[in-house]
Ligand binder design. Structure first.
Ligand code: PLP
Length: 368
């Protein structure tokens, strides 16, 4: 068998400050190497039920939480296939590459989409969404909690309050991939119907698992939606969830790691976890403002899980990333898509610490 020559020294791998997958702590990695369980065995049901119970606390919901063996993108597809009928119209609010992709996936699933976009770097306001919704007849609205390309967080609480008050029938779907476990998220209070994330972001677990939160009324609606497909049929997740199981064989090692991380999050307290993310973000934002500029137009909407830095000095971003990685083993991210070289991104989420970030910023300074 031909040996694969990785560029990585596995005894001393690079520490990831890219906006996902992020650095995974050794004690979390250990969870992935436990003996495996049969997914229809009692032990698995205990693991599953316990993990879902903790996630409900973390997401502040008493409704449904599903463990789904896919990356976060599965959330886009599941919400469209299971919860939207073909003759319904949905409003997709895009403020960057990932929220735009929600609309693309909806179209790929054959749904009727109205795109509503703001310039990259901006956030939506409740007023903007209200005005747009008042001009059409929509069954659902989609938006992103935290846009990972631009480093912008939408004011989800204000938007949700407006939606609940003025459009009580409208289903609310929120991409929380780079927000969940790092930013305040109160599923029931916000009146959301579908929220999803993958575990390689603020949960700081290797990729391979997604978390879906689904409202009771959304599941009720799914019963009347045809062509829900197979892999992401939310009614199948609900049926199997009653037995603390999943429809197909799940990524059990990732679920063990998730169980471990949930225990840690709850022991720390979510308010403290969110405050820790805010503190780490402030450190990076201050550095970015001093040395460059924030890409987020309004600092109040600049993300607390990652910072997208505007390359105001015209540095060769790839060269600096490569230099810091090869000299010190720390990796941060280039701009996403059309923002490559124009911006760069530093994640501050999960198990990272302020000390880790100071070290990284110091090395970037050396290269500047
Ligand atoms: N949504 C957002 C906001 C993201 O940042 C990402 C990935 O970075 C995705 C969706 C897609 O998630 P995944 O790569 O886990 O499929």
């Amino acid at each position: 068998m031909q040996e694969i020559k990785f560029m990585v020294d596995w005894k001393n791998p690079p520490k990831l400050f890219i906006p996902g997958p992020v650095h995974v702590a050794p004690e979390v990695l250990e969870q992935l190497s436990r003996y495996t369980l049969g997914h229809r065995a009692k032990e698995y049901a205990l693991l599953h039920g316990n993990t879902v119970g903790m996630l409900k606390k973390i997401l502040c919901t008493e409704q449904n939480v599903f463990l789904v063996t896919s990356s976060g993108s599965g959330g886009w597809e599941a919400s469209m296939r299971s919860l939207i009928k073909d003759d319904e119209k949905i409003l997709c609010c895009g403020c960057g590459a990932f929220s735009d992709k929600y609309a693309s996936v909806a179209k790929a699933c054959g749904k009727q989409v109205e795109d509503f976009r703001v310039d990259w770097g901006k956030a939506f306001t409740a007023e903007m969404i209200d005005k747009k919704l008042s001009q059409g007849d929509y069954s659902a609205v989609t938006f992103v909690h935290n846009e990972t390309s631009t480093g912008v967080t939408n004011p989800v609480e204000e938007i949700s309050q407006m939606l609940k008050a003025k459009y009580p029938e409208l289903l609310i779907f929120v991409d929380c991939v780079s927000a969940m476990a790092g930013l305040p998220l109160k599923f029931d209070q916000y009146g959301w119907d579908f929220a999803f994330a993958s575990v390689q972001k603020a949960f700081a677990i290797p990729p391979g698992l997604a978390i879906f939160a689904v409202s009771d009324r959304a599941l009720e609606k799914a019963k009347g939606v045809s062509n829900r497909g197979y892999y992401f049929d939310l009614l199948e997740f609900a049926k199997n969830g009653e037995k603390n199981q999943t429809p197909t064989t799940p990524a059990i090692p990732q679920i063990m790691a998730l169980n471990f991380q949930c225990q840690k999050l709850l022991a720390e307290g979510m308010e403290n976890v969110w405050a820790k993310h805010k503190e780490m973000a402030q450190l990076v934002k201050n550095w970015a403002k001093e040395k460059f500029a924030l890409f987020a137009e309004d600092e109040r909407c600049a993300s607390n899980t990652l910072t997208t830095v505007k390359n105001t000095r015209g540095i060769d971003v790839s060269a600096v990333i490569n230099a810091v990685k090869s000299k010190h083993g720390l990796a941060f991210g280039n701009g996403y898509g059309k923002l490559k070289q124009e911006t760069f991104r530093i994640a501050h989420m999960g198990d990272m610490t302020a000390a880790d970030l100071k070290e990284l910023l110091g090395y970037i300074d050396d290269e500047l």
